[in-house]
Design a protein around this ligand. Structure first.
Ligand SMILES: C[S@@+](CC[C@H](N)C(=O)[O-])C[C@H]1O[C@@H](n2cnc3c(N)ncnc32)[C@H](O)[C@@H]1O
Length: 213
């Protein structure tokens, strides 16, 4: 991690952030009504359908609702009670929303085919990352896939979340995941120009238990 890009990050207070009127929600830097373009491309290329998705750090829940529209069985979680209260109020029972802190998660293991994290991992303090990696791995079923969108080290703004390179992601995840692809892209939202982002697709690695024979 380079000191210049990742010192003094500015992370918001999440709890009451979503307890505001809709015009304020729509101004949040990460607010994007449409399904993330990089996730959409992966869903199409991999012909993914009819399965269980976790939208981790769902926030405004736009991604959870878009995934539900495509027919997935979706759970949206967030540490912020105001985010989940708002999401529940908008839901037509098409998405299950749960308050949950991924670094101290109460979610049952081995239940999701896919996890989408658009902007949660990159706001965690570095000391929480190992707990995140371990829990996300446990939540996925065998061969489950994590789609991870973070700010990229290429993003020039000196404020906001942590920035990552593909090498940094590899170092943090490779013990538990096989990296399938990693690409430089943008983080759709309300900032102009759109922040530079990194989109990583990785598959849960199974622990091989050696027989003693
Ligand atoms: C940058 S926002 C992205 C929101 C949403 N994924 C989107 O794309 O619109 C990050 C979200 O992660 C949530 N978050 C932060 N720390 C978290 C944690 N430890 N566990 C679960 N959610 C967390 C925040 O409340 C916030 O809603």
């Amino acid at each position: 991690m380079t000191a210049d890009k990742n010192d003094n990050r500015s992370i918001p207070e999440w709890q009451d952030l979503y307890d505001v009127d809709e015009t304020q929600i729509e101004k949040l830097p990460w607010y994007s009504k449409e399904l993330d373009a990089d996730l959409k491309e992966e869903l199409e290329n991999r012909e993914i359908k009819d399965c269980k998705f976790l939208d981790l750090g769902t926030g405004p829940a736009t991604q959870a609702f878009q995934l539900a529209k495509l027919g997935f069985l979706v759970t949206g979680t967030d540490i912020s009670e105001s985010a989940i209260a708002r999401a529940k109020s908008l839901s037509k029972d098409d998405v299950r929303f749960v308050v949950d802190n991924i670094v101290n998660s109460k979610l049952k293991d081995n239940q999701f085919d896919y996890i989408f994290d658009r902007g949660c991992f990159h706001v965690l303090v570095p000391s929480d990352r190992p707990k995140y990696v371990s829990k996300v791995k446990s939540l996925l079923i065998r061969n489950g896939i994590l789609f991870l969108k973070t700010f990229s080290i290429q993003e020039p703004r000196a404020y906001g979340p942590y920035h990552f390179s593909s090498e940094m992601i590899k170092e943090l995840f490779e013990k538990d995941f096989d990296i399938l692809s990693s690409k430089e892209t943008v983080f759709q939202g309300t900032l102009f120009p759109l922040p530079r982002a990194l989109f990583t697709v990785m598959k849960k690695r199974e622990t091989i238990i050696q027989s003693k024979e």
